[in-house]
Design a protein around this ligand. Structure first.
Ligand code: NDP
Length: 405
């Protein structure tokens, strides 16, 4: 019997735990561990009620390699699925390589004191994993994750050479609050308030935050303002998609979200440097997180859909071609199934699928990898079976989907 250890009991951890329990034949004994054990216990209770499967729970401080090693040994884990925060990636990776156990995550390492994320330190652990005969799969969520696989799938089946990719992330969900984030507020606000960046002709080009706006017409949703952001999957895709001339990432934001964000930024509430308050040091962004609704609580109240996909252009048999691959999820449908809204759902399901393919040795090699380095076909098949069906369309050009530039 296999043993699976999930770390992190937020919105995404909830979905991963549900989905692993629903695929128990692949995951065996499941343990959900996090900093606050009571959150794991609530999820375990809900899984028992809805799915009829028992999962174990535990408390762990994932900033401590020693505590993690102890827990991995105790649970005799075959794989650790890290859905805590990006700050814990390196400690969890180190505990896994020390124990010779496979590792998977959905977001790349971010230093708590610098608003910067990159794969460098995780890729540098390739040697440790090879020596331990263990595998680490990085970025197996939706974006990064499924978007990388859409690119790999397009490359494998539709193109001899891909020239451009636009990744399009639209969340048209409405939770009824004036301002809330759909996943961890600290990580979310650090990402969207940073400078934009895209890759063109072999180099990174920087923009001011939210400087470039385009309107894309998302199927099943309609036209939405979409802003160019830097997003982590581009770092690995420029390495792995051969011949790529340009890659950009766009995310939709409503006017109200942007106005709140600008206002919070202007008064210093997005700062990550400690400030003195009544003789105590506080980090403004951490304090803001305390005030904002917990993303895990948005599930029951969020209505509407998400649509995330890629538009790729390039050549097949000497002819120019444009392919659009996308996935639409409905917040309420996700909630009905696993008690989480679509942003957590679309992240947690691919994390479970990546882990399933690793445990079943369909995707397995020792070392540290991004998802697009494996054959996309088995993953794409699982998406259709596990609640994230996708569609593919041939377009005359990207302009068929874009309303203005
Ligand atoms: P949440 O903030 O809802 O949950 C994070 C969980 O991790 C909480 O249960 C938290 O515990 C736990 N945690 C934090 N620090 C520690 C620690 N030191 N030790 C043990 N547990 C800890 O985040 P989400 O569920 O929204 O996101 C989870 C991950 O998924 C993040 O890394 C996020 O970046 C990633 N993500 C990836 C996406 C993708 O498409 N690739 C999209 C969305 C998210 P506590 O309850 O005590 O705070």
């Amino acid at each position: 019997m296999r043993n699976t250890l999930i770390i992190g009991a937020g919105g995404v951890g909830n979905v991963v735990a549900f989905k692993c329990a629903m695929n128990k034949e692949s995951f065996g004994n499941i343990t959900l561990a996090s900093r606050t054990k009571s959150k794991c216990d609530t999820i375990a209770k809900n899984i028992k009620e809805k799915v009829g499967v028992d999962i174990a729970t535990a408390e762990v401080d994932a900033d401590s390699v020693e505590e993690l090693v102890e827990l991995i040994k105790q649970t005799d884990a075959d794989i650790v699925i890290n859905v805590a925060l990006p700050y814990q990636d390196l400690t969890i990776m180190d505990a896994c390589s020390q124990c010779g156990v496979d590792y998977l995550d959905t977001a790349n390492y971010e230093h708590p004191e610098t608003a910067k994320f990159e794969y460098k330190e995780q890729w540098a652990r390739d040697k440790d994993f090879k020596e331990a005969n263990a595998m680490a799969l990085l970025g197996s969520g939706f974006d990064p994750g499924v978007t990388n696989l859409f690119c790999a799938y397009a490359q494998k089946h539709y193109f001899d050479e891909i020239e451009t990719i636009d990744i399009l992330d639209c969340n048209a969900g409405d939770h009824g609050y004036p301002f809330a984030t759909n996943f961890n507020p600290e990580i979310n606000l650090r990402e969207v308030s940073a400078k934009g960046r895209y890759w063109e002709n072999g180099e990174w080009k920087e923009t001011e935050p939210m400087e470039i706006k385009q309107v894309w017409n998302y199927p099943e949703i309609g036209p939405k303002d979409s802003y160019l952001l830097y997003h982590e999957e581009m770092e690995s895709l420029v390495k792995h998609i051969k011949g790529l001339k340009r890659i950009r990432f766009f995310m939709t934001f409503g006017e109200s979200y942007l106005t709140h964000m600008r206002c919070l930024e202007n008064v210093g509430m997005l700062g990550i440097e400690p400030v003195e308050h009544n003789g105590e040091k506080i980090i403004p962004l951490e304090f803001l997180k305390t005030l904002l609704p917990d993303p895990a609580s948005l599930g029951p109240r969020t209505q509407g859909k998400t649509n995330i996909g890629i538009v790729a252009t390039g050549y097949k048999d000497g002819k120019k071609r444009t392919i659009y691959i996308y996935q639409v999820s409905d917040h309420q449908e996700c909630y009905k199934e696993v008690l989480s809204q679509a942003v957590s759902y679309t992240t947690g399901v691919p994390a479970m699928i990546g882990a399933k393919l690793m445990l079943e040795k369909i995707w397995w090699k020792a070392g540290v990898y991004n998802v697009e380095e494996f054959d996309p076909d088995p993953f794409m098949e699982e998406l259709n079976k596990q609640g994230l069906p996708w569609k593919i369309k041939e377009l005359s050009s990207p302009e068929e989907l874009r309303i203005d530039e």
